[in-house]
Write a protein that binds this ligand. Structure first.
Ligand SMILES: Nc1nc2c(ncn2[C@@H]2O[C@H](COP(=O)(O)OP(=O)(O)O)[C@@H](O)[C@H]2O)c(=O)[nH]1
Ligand SMILES: [Mg+2]
Length: 301
């Protein structure tokens, strides 16, 4: 009689950690095939853990995107680093991401120590291999492998997707047999409001410079479906820390706020699948990044 051999179903949680700007969120988005986490060229774009679930016939990989590991100067910064450390505890496997164009520094070694302490199996991911930095890959890999904490290493480009299949394969190899934690069509643990606020913050980050991206937060006041009309009404407040920043965000004759709103609205319409009427308010809240009550209100807890 023919023997039926069923492949075991594998599942687990995979934390994506690394310094700011190495491409963690871009990796998450590429692997999920959707723009879940916002990506910008500004450091500290990601401020919260974001779960992204990838379910296939024989596995369910639950990625946890994290804020970049850095030395925090504010309460918000402390929240971000705490989120990354929590993800290490929640994970079965760790992806330690480095940027091939950058030399290793103190923060990388601090991260490697945190990974070592977590005692989780860890893969070293060398990202941005599509750049001319790829010539530095070999010495970088050598330096990282010397630490002895990585099960394996893999150079990829999250921008072109190069070698990402091999990455998923290596993750699959490291996963243990386990249950399907979430239904087949499950994507993330974050609610709709979160991604709408992020879409607005993304545009502020893209369109402003210097300290403004660090000082901005978005609060969704209301999402309301207009009865009988196929339209959502979204009202949101953009918080910044100083009146000078408010002037930048509003811009000459309101041009900046208009551009932010238009670009964000297009993204939100895609998310909601309906026309959106977006109303943005700009408010100064002194030093909100150092204010526990403000952080709580803005979901950074
Ligand atoms: N050239 C190149 N740029 C990348 C790659 N991955 C990410 N980036 C860019 O690096 C910047 C930071 O990416 P992001 O995913 O936000 O980094 P994170 O802070 O680690 O989450 C963005 O401008 C990305 O477009 C890559 O593989 N190649
Ligand atoms: Mg990110």
């Amino acid at each position: 009689m023919a023997k039926l051999v069923l492949d075991p179903f594998k599942s687990g949680f995979v934390a994506i950690v690394g310094k700011p700007n190495v491409g963690k969120s871009t990796i998450l988005n590429y692997l999920l095939g959707t723009d879940l986490a916002i990506v910008t060229s500004k450091p500290e774009t990601t401020r919260n853990k974001i779960l992204g679930t990838l379910t296939s016939k024989n596995s369910q990989i639950n990625f946890i995107d994290t804020p970049g590991m850095h030395i925090p100067h504010t309460l918000l910064g402390r929240h971000m680093v705490r989120q990354a450390k929590e993800a290490l505890q929640e994970a079965d496997i760790v992806l330690a991401v480095i940027d091939v164009t950058k030399r290793l520094d103190k923060s990388d070694y601090a991260l490697f120590d945190a990974i070592k302490d977590s005692a989780r199996p860890s893969l070293l991911v060398i990202n941005k291999m599509d750049t001319s930095g790829k010539k530095f890959a070999l010495p970088l890999i050598e330096e990282c492998v010397k630490t002895g904490i990585f099960k394996d290493y893999i150079p990829i480009s999250a921008r072109t997707g190069d070698n990402t299949k091999a990455l998923t394969h290596k993750i699959f190899e490291l996963l243990s047999e386990g249950p399907k934690f979430f239904p087949d069509d499950y994507l993330t643990d974050r609610p709709r409001e979160f991604f709408i606020a992020e879409a607005i913050r993304e545009q502020v980050l893209k369109k402003t410079e210097e300290e403004v991206p660090y000082s901005v937060a978005v609060f969704i006041d209301e999402i309301k479906k207009i009865p009988k009309k196929n339209v959502y009404h979204v009202s949101a407040t953009v918080y910044i820390e100083r009146p000078s920043q408010k002037a930048i965000i509003i811009g000459k004759r309101g041009q900046m706020l208009k551009a932010i709103g238009e670009a964000a609205r297009m993204n939100i319409e895609k998310q909601l699948g309906k026309k959106v009427f977006l109303q943005l308010w700009v408010k100064v809240r002194d030093n909100w990044r150092r204010d526990p009550n403000a952080l709580k209100m803005l979901g950074y807890t």
